[in-house]
Design a protein around this ligand. Structure first.
Ligand code: MN
Length: 231
């Protein structure tokens, strides 16, 4: 096959205990999936799940044990952190029942749904798409994937984010409004899931701004931590 321009490289993530890597197909994100975060954003805390996407090449992949540098994005004065559990899909499908969802999960990683909050708020106000607030370059830092079998207790694990050593977000995966299986059920009604898809499952309360020079440490109990330095 010959192409008229160079085809893009498939972005990929390291897998704990494997030399082979996980290729990124799509990045789905769940909005307002922890009650206290929904409240801090001015909502009731309980509603049907809704989804948005980031481009696969908006990922910023951190290798095991290494910090990754994120360039402070253009057009914003209010860049927010959102620490999230990321689900990596290993087997595709549509209309997946929650009870079968575990068969489709390859593993889990820690991610940051970085958000140009000022642009997102303006787009919301005008009833326009969020893309410019959510889907910008380097907006999806993500750490190494741990295969699901190695983290059976992930659904009750702690989730936390520190900025420069200070706690900003701290909760538990058990507080997801729509758990991982229910999220896969709902998401797969709207799109056909494919191997390589990532799902950012939502952030707990405590989102806030970061600036150049800040060091972010994102953790989910049982997974490789994610270190990001804003430059
Ligand atoms: Mn989010």
């Amino acid at each position: 096959m010959h192409f008229v321009v160079t085809p893009p490289v498939t972005p990929s993530i390291a897998v704990v205990g494997e030399s082979a890597r996980f290729p990124i197909h799509r990045i789905y994100c769940v909005g307002r999936n922890y009650e206290e975060h929904a409240k801090e954003m001015g909502h009731s805390g309980r509603e049907a799940p809704f989804f948005f996407m980031k481009p696969a090449d908006a990922s910023l992949v951190a290798e095991a044990g290494q910090p990754v540098s994120m360039p402070y994005p253009s057009l914003t004065n209010n860049l927010h952190h959102e620490v999230e559990l990321v689900v990596a899909i290993g087997k595709g499908g549509k209309n997946i029942a929650a009870a079968q969802a575990h068969q489709h999960i390859y593993g889990y990683a820690v991610g940051l749904d970085m958000t140009r909050r000022d642009l997102q708020s303006e787009m919301k106000k005008q009833g326009r798409p969020w893309c410019i607030g959510k889907g910008f370059d380097f907006s999806a830092p993500v750490g190494p994937i741990t295969p699901a079998a190695q983290v059976p207790a992930i659904h009750s694990g702690a989730i936390a984010l520190q900025v420069n050593g200070q706690d900003r977000q701290r909760s538990t995966i058990a507080k997801l409004i729509w758990n991982v299986a229910e999220t896969i059920e709902q998401l797969s009604r709207a799109w056909t899931l494919q191997p390589g898809d990532l799902i950012f499952t939502g952030t707990p309360e405590g989102v806030g701004a970061v600036v150049r020079g800040d060091i972010l440490l994102a953790c989910v109990e049982g997974l490789e931590p994610l270190h990001v330095q804003l430059v």
